[in-house]
Design a protein around this ligand. Structure first.
Ligand code: GRF
Length: 203
């Protein structure tokens, strides 16, 4: 069974969706540690309430490399197989990303490669697209540009605000992230030439 580290900075609803899927038996994994750079992140409170191991590493006064070394140590200490970014609002150093290549996942609320970076829901509205969605991808040094594991399309509705679109996409995220994680955990999402091949389930 794969051991997960979840990295979050805020609300933590994707973390909760992953935890709920594990509890329900839909995802064969276990959460080894929930890590945050913010002690006040609501997701950290929820992790504690679920009785999970939590580690808060404040970033004040540390440069990116020094901070990521602490992060790396905490992850290693907990014997982690896969690292999941779930609303983690810090850029990761090149060394960290390289070390966890193929084992580091992120979820982004757009159909990548469209609308990378901040406020992708507002970007989608500004572009006038009629369909947006969410993407789970492996993390590389290219921000929001790593190999795509799975995506869900979500309609943009007439009269949407960035908030209403974000809420609709978030519901899709909660289903997608555990499914994408299951693909990786089962060894069915194979990285090859910078793309992910998804293999059929073995019966
Ligand atoms: C989600 O929209 C996720 O796609 C993005 O940050 C948001 C985190 O939400 N990377 P939550 O903390 O999981 O509720």
């Amino acid at each position: 069974m794969k051991r997960l580290a979840i990295l979050l900075s805020g609300r933590g609803s994707n973390f909760e969706a992953i935890a709920a899927n594990i509890t329900a038996g839909a995802l064969d994994a276990q959460i080894a540690v929930v890590l945050s750079n913010r002690a006040a992140a609501p997701g950290i409170e929820r992790a504690r309430a679920l009785g999970l191991h939590v580690a808060v590493i404040p970033s004040r006064g540390l440069d990116r490399e020094a901070y990521d070394r602490l992060l790396h140590d905490e992850i290693s200490k907990n014997g982690v197989d896969l690292v999941c970014l779930a609303g983690y609002m810090r850029l990761l150093s090149a060394g960290f990303v390289a070390h966890f290549a193929g084992r580091l996942l992120n979820i982004h609320p757009s159909l990548l490669p469209a609308f990378k970076g901040l406020n992708p829901q507002a970007q989608a509205l500004a572009a006038g697209v009629k369909i947006s969605g969410c993407t789970v991808h492996f993390v590389t040094e290219d921000l929001d540009g790593g190999p795509i594991i799975a995506q869900t399309a979500v309609p943009v509705c007439e009269g949407d605000t960035a908030q209403s679109l974000a809420a609709r996409i978030l519901r899709a995220e909660h289903a997608l992230y555990p499914q994408a994680l299951a693909l990786v955990a089962e060894g069915r999402a194979r990285l090859r030439d910078g793309r992910v091949n998804v293999l059929a389930p073995t019966s």
